[in-house]
Design a protein around this ligand. Structure first.
Ligand code: GDP
Ligand code: MN
Length: 377
């Protein structure tokens, strides 16, 4: 789950990170008041779940409250990489001396968080990694031991020569690590971490992605979810207890089991087509799930065919067939349906499908080829 910059800053602040004061609003009329309260020049910052807002015109400097109001009017409603800006953060503008990068992600292969720092801040870290990898220092942290002060200091010293500044930055790196661990993040970063001419170290941008698997035990983080920023189909699928990821192809796939769903996508690609989605209806045999899955997939105008690939085990083929029949009667899909059934109650399933003149095959390869043929027709 992604959260906004202002929310990430709230979390970082709880762990003591130095962050300029600010306030978020969706109302341009409130912006003047907020800027007035801050009483200094401010930054008006678009709050959307995408990066590179600065380059897209979503971050503007304002000398005074009036200018802040004007910028906010322009930024609210703006489209940044297909996201409409609905909120702006008004935050104290600061004088920047240097911009650095500090971030943490989970290194799945190493089974450890890895901290990355670079004196090249404010730019895309991927670009730094590609062009000047020697400007990045990485450190894996043993989660059983936690980040040690000397390690944070070593990272900070890679970025800053000045010992006083490095000490302050080491503390920020420690706070970054604490936040990352505490909220079950999959990514936490500050880009840029800045120094001011008077020797302060401040986090002026913040990004945190949360590991969805940790959300069940973090209701206060789940409450930060912004449904406006999420794909409505994915939200609906989540509420229907389906695991669904929208993709760009034309073959809509409904499969039981994540492994089989992956294999189905691979097979579709192998025969030269692209799946429209990943969708796992899971192990249970509830016809409602099939109906919900079909409704969600059919909302995508790219979908030219729906492919069912069901390997009956705990999932019963007759239940799935009942779901398909109910869905077809319910909303008469505008695209053809092809079905592969094999395993538990497949004969019963086939019989049920006869009612709507659907012949199910038992071969995965056949059904995928058939789907691709129909999608191209
Ligand atoms: P991003 O473009 O989405 O990464 O948004 P950032 O918050 O990182 O802002 C982009 C850039 O705008 C930063 O790298 C800074 O160079 C500049 N910027 C942001 N806030 C301030 C500020 O308070 N003062 C100054 N002088 N520049 C700022
Ligand atoms: Mn940034």
């Amino acid at each position: 789950m992604k959260i906004h910059e202002y929310q990430a800053k709230e979390l970082f602040k709880k762990f003591g990170m130095p962050i300029p004061d600010g306030k978020v609003t969706n109302n341009p009329e409130e912006v003047g008041k907020i800027a007035h309260e801050i009483g200094k020049p401010v930054m008006v910052k678009a709050q959307v779940h995408v990066g590179g807002r600065g380059k897209a015109g979503g971050i503007k400097f304002a000398h005074n409250a009036h200018e802040a109001w004007e910028h906010a009017k322009a930024i609210l409603g703006m489209d940044i990489k297909h996201c409409t800006v609905k909120k702006v953060l008004i935050t104290e503008a600061v004088d920047i001396d240097t911009e650095a990068y500090i971030g943490i992600i989970v290194d799945r292969a190493a089974k450890m968080p890895v901290i990355m720092v670079s004196p090249e801040g404010g730019v895309d870290i991927e670009e730094v990694a590609a062009k000047t990898p020697e400007r990045i220092m990485k450190l894996h942290v043993d989660p059983m031991l936690g980040l040690q002060n000397f390690q944070a200091m070593k990272l900070a010293r890679f970025v800053y020569e000045d010992i006083g500044i490095a000490r302050k930055a080491a503390r920020v790196i420690m706070q970054l690590y604490m936040t990352f661990m505490h909220v079950d993040a999959s990514l936490a970063e500050v880009n840029p971490l800045i120094t001011t001419p008077d020797g302060k170290v401040l986090a002026i941008d913040a990004k945190i992605n949360i590991d969805d698997n940790g959300l069940y035990r973090r209701p206060e983080i789940e409450a930060m979810r912004d449904l406006d920023e999420e794909d409505p189909s994915e939200t609906e699928a989540k509420n229907a207890d389906l695991s669904f990821v929208k993709l760009d192809g034309s073959i809509g796939c409904i499969v039981n089991g994540a492994g089989l769903a992956m294999a189905t996508m691979d097979t579709v690609k192998h025969f030269g087509a692209e799946p429209a989605n990943f969708l796992d209806i899971g192990g249970s045999s509830n016809p409602d799930k099939v109906i919900n899955a079909m409704r969600i997939i059919l909302r995508d105008p790219n979908v030219k065919v729906i492919l069912f690939n069901i390997f009956g085990g705990i999932t019963r083929c007759d239940d799935v067939a009942n779901g398909i029949v109910a869905a077809v009667k319910d909303f008469k899909p505008p695209v053809p349906i092809v079905v592969r059934l094999t395993g538990t109650n497949e004969d019963e399933g086939r019989k049920i499908l006869e009612e709507i003149n659907l012949a199910a095959t038992s071969s995965m390869e056949d059904v995928v080829k058939k789907a691709i043929e129909l999608a191209a027709a």
